[in-house]
Design a protein around this ligand. Sequence first.
Ligand code: SF4
Length: 465
Amino acid sequence: MTPHRSPSAADRRPGAGFAVITVGCPKNEADSDSLSAALAAAGHRPVAAEAAAVIVVNTCGFIDAAKEESIDVILAAAGLARRTGARLAVIGCLVSLYGAQLREELPEVDLFTAFEQAPLFALLDAAAESAARNRTGGAAEAPAGPVVSRTTRITRPRRPVHSFVKISDGCDHWCAFCTIPLIKGRYEVVPPSTILENADRALTAGARELVLVGQDTSRWTWPGYGGPARLLADLKSLGAHWLRLLYLQPDGVDDALLDAVAEHAVPYLDLPLQHADGAVLRLMGRGGDARAYLTLLEHIRARIPNVAVRSTFLVGHPGESEAAFAALVSFVRAAGLALAGVFVFDPQDGTRAATMPGRVPAAVAERRAARLSEEIERAAEPFWKQLIGRSFEVLVERGVGDPRREAVGRICYQAPDVDGVTYVTGRSTRRGAVLRALPADIIGYDVHAVAEQPPADVRHRRGTP
Ligand code: SF4
């Protein structure tokens, strides 16, 4: 997003309440967090959507399912805005791809802007001004804020437990199936000062884990500052309990990066490989093959003890023969991945793969996806089973007052939103706490654990018998 200059205190008028609803991936969440922070710095207030004067929907346009979800969310937000009198802004990737069409088909939306923030600030300023005029009995206008009925529950945004921090945007890889370079443009690094500022703000708000995201995080470096080793060290020194890096493209993974992860971050590497058959990878416009990836995985495990490697695969890409799919299955059986997401090829306008010959029938692609998911889960089982009985930190996302009930959290091998979770019984705990627990069972990618009791002297100090 193009940042907007925050007004000085002298510029400020009483702000408007706003709510940002995010569709899509952690990178979009990072954008929404930065936007919310910038709006708050300009004097506006984050509130629940039911209480907002301006509702902002940050959309996704990556695949058809995400586009459909974005439209559903826009329509739901438009319904809410109609009931409450809020104004509605739609931003992000879908606007970048289909702005003109959306403007025509969704007249109930007050503002469309892809990544330019200034019009959004203008909309919030106008909403705040309108509210101020209404308060002072000035010109009668459409309500600037919502009409909130007494029964509407207004919930304030909760303290974050984790925060997605964007370190780069855009991508230069131009994979044949992917719309990201079309939507976001060329690879761009977020400067370290901005990353550290965003991270500091998230930690101050209560986040215990920082998840670094971008389309291609392994490439991150800044002239005169250094690469990921310095960045991770600086982020750690801000007080992050956990640091995690997502979206490391395999061609950018080197020893400096691996050593930095081993030293400062959780032992978890997200390595989107997309396929393992060399010919399919070439059609995708990517490098590598099964042998190169197995060598890389071996090297990663040697460099980061007890690491969990997550990946992503795309099946049914044009040109994926039965033999190529079989090569992918053999690869996942040998790779020892802890988990992986599987996507079915979904042709997108403007991408090279959309017009490639050798299209795989949809039913075949779906069948392959189901088969690959099963193979991945089976191959990952030993990794998860060996955790049983070993002590792990759990970062609690949902606490409980009653120790017989299950708190929900994550161990270091579970990234927020994309992986499984850990259910913990045996201790009352609160959101954002870190406790130790012993995994007792694994179901799918979820861990079921029993909390270890705090040391006796700690219990004593708290007055627990
Ligand atoms: S590396 Fe990832 S974001 Fe970049 S073009 Fe390929 S799939 Fe898209």
